[in-house]
Write a protein of this length. Structure first.
Length: 377
């Protein structure tokens, strides 16, 4: 754990670059909102500026949360693999959790536009798709990765099953009820409980197959708690503004909310996964794949489940064809393609990464074709 004399505390945290950047983004977002009148807020350039600030704050605050959560886990003595599948996966999925839950809360307490559900669900499936195709493809293209069979046979199957179960709930009745949300969250809790209960066995398997990862804890426990708390509060603030700004832009530009949720939110909120995946790929083979799989279990079970528990999610008649006939099928197909590549000799080759990147680019092309009326769903 290192020399406690060299461990940094709250004073060093206050002056750290990460906290200063988060503070600057927060003040910039608040300053623009309060410093200009309502008519200027409706302009596209101002909206884009606010969207970029909100997304940057969401990403940086989520990273702040992840650093604090990992540090607390290290000090508690949890195995690295369990940290990756639980705390890190929840941390990297924090933007999706906050965006969907904030959308649901707006619908319940503020009688917000029901197209928020299109944005939230489109964002979740878009995030899963971009992670399992584009982000995974980028990581594999730069560094071929070997796959541990246990990741595929256990977590890969659970990931695909989670996506299929969420799709089944949406297809039956056209609404994701609070009860179904509770079922999703309960399944996720059972998965986490199983991981924690079998952490010693999982760690033995990890240690026999790859080099142990050095644990570094450079901050005090109080500092890590401050990171988790501040990261969560700032991410909640940023998620609320991201949903609000993106929704307003969609209305003004006449872009379907599902498209905005799939591209803007899906790509933006998935950047933490890209960062974590690159870091993991450099340190040990297979961990990057496991981190992405863990996040894609968290998104359809915990993120959507919590949102549905707050308020039942129902796609609008306008958003249903795009979401059900393009976004969800592309997500399921992309997941199956990625799992099939993992199964092939339990190794990801660089050319397979390029294939996954092209898969996502084709999906974006279909979105453009649908938007221009070339593709009718």
């Amino acid at each position: 754990m290192g020399d406690e004399k060299n461990v940094m505390g709250i004073p060093q945290l206050v002056l750290s670059n990460t906290l200063l950047i988060n503070g600057a983004l927060f003040l910039g977002l608040v300053g623009i909102h309060t410093g200009i009148d309502k008519s200027q807020l409706d302009s596209v350039p101002v909206s884009i500026t606010l969207l970029i600030l909100a997304m940057a704050l969401l990403i940086k605050s989520a990273d702040f949360f992840i650093e604090g959560a990992k540090g607390l886990a290290y000090r508690a003595g949890l195995p690295e693999v369990v940290i990756g599948l639980t705390i890190v996966s929840i941390g990297t999925s924090l933007p999706e959790i906050l965006v969907t839950t904030t959308s649901a809360a707006d619908m319940r307490f503020r009688a917000a536009d029901p197209t928020f559900a299109d944005f939230a669900l489109g964002g979740i499936f878009g995030s899963i798709l971009v992670q399992i195709t584009f982000i995974l493809g980028v990581v594999v293209t730069f560094r071929g990765v070997k796959i541990r069979p246990s990741w595929l046979k256990r977590d890969g199957v659970i990931m695909l099953g989670s996506i299929l179960l969420l799709t089944f709930f949406l297809k039956t009745g056209g609404v994701l009820s609070s009860l179904e949300g509770l079922i999703l969250v309960s399944l996720y809790a059972a998965y986490i409980y199983w991981l924690l209960s079998n952490r010693e066995e999982i760690m033995r398997e990890e240690m026999t197959e790859e080099k142990a990862i050095e644990r570094v804890s450079n901050w005090t426990t109080a500092s890590y708690i401050a990171m988790v708390t501040l990261g969560l509060l700032l991410a909640l603030f940023a998620a609320h503004h991201l949903v609000e700004i993106a929704s307003d832009m969609a209305v003004r530009l006449e872009v379907p909310h599902a498209v905005v949720g799939t591209t803007v939110s899906g790509l933006g909120t998935s950047l933490p996964e890209l960062t974590i995946a690159f870091m993991a790929a450099k340190r040990s083979e297979g961990v990057a794949i496991g981190a992405l799989i863990g996040s894609n279990i968290t998104d359809p079970l915990l993120s959507v489940g919590l949102a549905a528990m707050v308020f039942p999610l129902s796609l609008t008649p306008e958003g249903t064809p795009l979401t059900m006939n393009l976004i969800i099928p592309a997500t399921i197909l992309g997941t199956m393609v990625a799992l099939g590549m993992m199964r092939s000799q339990y190794e990801f080759k660089r050319w397979e990464g390029i294939v996954l990147i092209f898969f996502y680019l084709i999906f974006l092309g279909l979105l453009v074709a649908q938007r221009q009326g070339i593709l009718v769903l």
